[in-house]
Design a binder for this molecule. Structure first.
Ligand code: GDP
Length: 197
């Protein structure tokens, strides 16, 4: 799939105020600093669509972008940043939970995971929760340029071994680098193939 247009629509913290539209939507979520904004900018060929920032945990809103006038890309806040207060964490959890449980237009969540790190409890718990609530998701491994090809394979194998404890079949996954624009076509073609089916 080629992206011919990408426009910001709305930011909010209330799922009932998300766009009143039946277009399919795809949400991107992951730990703060995982490379989510960079990936969104790479996918959309737009340097500034999602705000990359040196301050993890800053984007605390549900951000809708209209892609090709055909689907919504949803940039969700990064989770797991230690410097966010307990109160903010609770508020965040509440509206993100509401988003996933109530947003009927959601087709697939992309959970971003930094390929370099050991499987993190917060990500595994989140995937478990998505599964329990029957919300389809895929994993996007980020920053693979930081590893050698062989290390990538070892990391993937280790990750899926951990997932196998809870999942009979592993979710679809993508191996990406925003720096090298790796995995971009695969993610976009995946979205395109679901939209057409
Ligand atoms: P977010 O907090 O998840 O939105 O993460 P950002 O996109 O703002 O990226 C966090 C940091 O990781 C920044 O310093 C980026 O330059 C860096 N980064 C993001 N993607 C990549 C990547 O594919 N490769 C490398 N080497 N660094 C990346």
């Amino acid at each position: 799939m080629k992206i011919s247009s990408a426009k910001f629509v709305i930011s909010n913290s209330d799922v009932s105020k998300c766009p009143n539209s039946s277009l399919p939507e795809y949400a991107f979520i992951g730990r703060s600093n995982v490379g989510k904004s960079s990936l969104i900018n790479t996918l959309t060929d737009n340097k500034n669509l999602a705000k990359t920032s040196g301050k993890p945990g800053k984007t605390q809103l549900i951000n809708h972008f209209l892609i090709n006038n055909a689907w919504h890309l949803v940039d969700l806040p990064g989770y797991g940043y230690a410097r966010v207060s307990k109160k903010d964490k609770k508020t965040f959890q509440k509206y993100i939970t509401q988003y996933f449980l109530k947003r009927r237009q959601l087709v697939c969540a992309f959970v971003l995971v930094d390929i370099r790190h050991e499987p993190q409890k917060i990500d595994l718990d989140f995937m478990q929760w998505l599964g329990e609530n029957q919300i389809p998701f895929s994993i996007i491994f980020t920053k693979v340029d930081k590893l050698k090809p062989q290390q990538i394979d070892t990391k993937l194998q280790a990750y899926f071994e951990v997932l196998a404890a809870n999942w009979e079949a592993p979710p679809p996954y993508f191996v990406t680098s925003s720096l090298q624009k790796l995995g971009k076509e695969e993610v976009l073609n995946y979205i395109g193939s679901i939209n057409q089916s």
